[in-house]
Design a binder for this molecule. Structure first.
Ligand code: GDP
Ligand code: IMO
Ligand code: MG
Length: 428
């Protein structure tokens, strides 16, 4: 019996999809525990690329039960499109189970997400405009509509009517927008979505505990990342859920003592989409090279990701808040041509050196990175399959991160494909 969490340690897009897919080979279930279709997790198998937003990255294996946990927010049309996309590529999605306690994203939420961003003007967060924040806000306000509500059309219509009144008043009076038609929404959700969702909705908590009791292995796939976490991220420039490992317990209904491993995923550099502080952000030629070589454009929104050097201060913090047991470093191949690779090892603030993340956001905005420079390997890593083939500079880079973060690096990504991953287990 094992329950392993995969968690992003930076600002997202670290390669969680690829690592989840890899680990899923030996798992019986893969669970998404938070977030929604703001996520974009890419898996490349042979020449085929899958960009998943809601369905767990374990779905590609016929033996895995993909689970959408109670902590996720679900946009039914996106889910149905994703199911259809996978089926059209020959992937069986019939094992998918969606928690009845997950919350539904409704058209109001999308509209309000866009309006709030517009009203924030230059202070906007740069959300994915998928309605994520407003849906979680309704969940916390106890007026949200859950997946189970749609199974009873009478209850669904009643709840929608109440919610619709409030949301339409906000849209009209605050944002000067036309109201949305609740009966049209009800028709869409009940006539179009319900027949597709009904067979998939279930009691995911009981399912997962029954699996754990019968010695099965579960993988909990985080979306977003530690520094986008509502509590531990760079608030307000965060998402509205808890991607950190503790969120896996809440979002899947598993107790902390059931978690056996926490695998942190870090890119060999960092990217961030949307606004917010980013101490190691770079521009100019280095930035262009990282973005071009790493194809750093949002899987989902197409936005150019902001690039920067790897930040070990953030990684140390992520190791603590997630209680990381191991670390996977992805996209190391993207740094192939660089003659010097920088690791941020501390920050300078008001003339002082600090080695932890300042808790005060104003301080974090001001910190200057202190770098350690590592010689680059300047060779092609993409064809390497074993640790002993790695150039010594690449090994030094990995070992240095390991030393500072004090977490063993067990996997090294050298390309987007499923097999472009070097297993370092036992060698670190
Ligand atoms: P996620 O959101 O954390 O799952 O990451 P994304 O899928 O949004 O972004 C990671 C991107 O990098 C995807 O296009 C992956 O196919 C790709 N990728 C993952 N690992 C590697 C790697 O080790 N090397 C290279 N070159 N690409 C990778
Ligand atoms: P994966 O799982 C990168 C960012 C948005 C924005 C902030 C809030 O693919 O790593 P939201 O729509 O969630 O309210 O936006 O969070 N964001 C992500 N950035 N990867 C993601 O997911 C993200 N999901 C949300 O860009 O800055
Ligand atoms: Mg992504």
């Amino acid at each position: 019996m094992t329950a392993t969490v995969v968690v992003g340690t930076q600002w997202g897009d670290e390669g969680k999809g690829k690592i989840t897919d890899r680990l899923a080979k030996k798992m019986d279930a893969v669970v998404r525990y938070q977030g929604g279709h703001n996520a974009g997790h890419t898996i490349v198998v042979g020449e085929e690329s899958f960009a998943l937003q809601l369905i767990p990255s374990g779905v590609l294996y016929p033996h895995v039960i993909p689970v959408i946990g109670n902590g996720v927010v679900v946009e039914p049309s996106v889910l149905i499109d994703e199911i259809d996309m996978l089926e059209s590529k020959g992937i069986d999605t019939s094992r998918l189970v969606i928690s009845g306690n997950a919350h539904l994203i409704l058209p109001f939420h999308l509209e309000i997400d866009k309006m709030v961003e517009r009203f924030l003007g230059k202070n906007k967060l740069g959300t994915t405009k998928r309605g994520i924040g407003p849906t979680y806000a309704d969940k916390a306000s106890r007026v949200g509509i859950r997946v189970q509500d749609i199974l009873d059309p009478k209850i669904f219509k009643e709840k929608l009517e109440i919610l619709g009144k409030e949301k339409n008043a906000i849209l009209a009076k605050v944002y000067n927008k036309l109201p949305l038609d609740c009966s049209e929404i009800a028709d869409k959700y009940l006539d179009e979505y319900l027949p597709r969702l009904r067979p998939l909705v279930g009691d995911t908590v009981t399912l997962l505990h029954d699996m754990l009791e019968s010695k099965k292995s579960i993988l909990l796939e985080g979306a977003q990342a530690t520094f986008l976490d509502l509590d531990h991220g760079t608030y307000p420039y965060v998402t509205s859920s808890n991607p950190t490992a503790g969120g896996a317990c809440v979002g899947a209904g598993i107790g902390p003592r059931d978690i056996t491993d926490v695998v942190g995923i870090a890119k060999a550099y960092i990217t961030r989409v949307g606004a917010g502080p980013f101490p190691t952000e770079v521009d100019g030629e280095v930035a262009d090279s990282i973005v071009d070589r790493g194809h750093e454009f949002g899987t989902n929104t197409g936005r150019r990701r902001r690039p920067g050097w790897i930040d070990a201060v953030l990684l140390k913090h992520a190791a603590r808040v997630n209680s990381l047991s191991e670390l996977a470093i992805t996209k190391v191949d993207i740094l192939d041509p660089f003659d010097v690779i920088r690791i941020c090892v501390a920050y300078e603030i008001n003339g002082e050196k600090v080695e932890t993340v300042p808790y005060h956001q104003s301080d974090f905005h001001k910190v200057k990175p202190i770098y350690e420079d590592i010689p680059g390997w300047q060779s092609d890593l993409s064809q390497i399959t074993t640790a002993k083939e790695l150039p010594k500079q690449a090994l030094s880079f990995i070992q240095r991160i390991e030393e500072i973060v004090k977490v063993p690096v067990t996997m090294v990504g050298v390309g987007p494909k499923r097999d472009q991953l070097i297993d370092l287990k036992g060698k670190s």
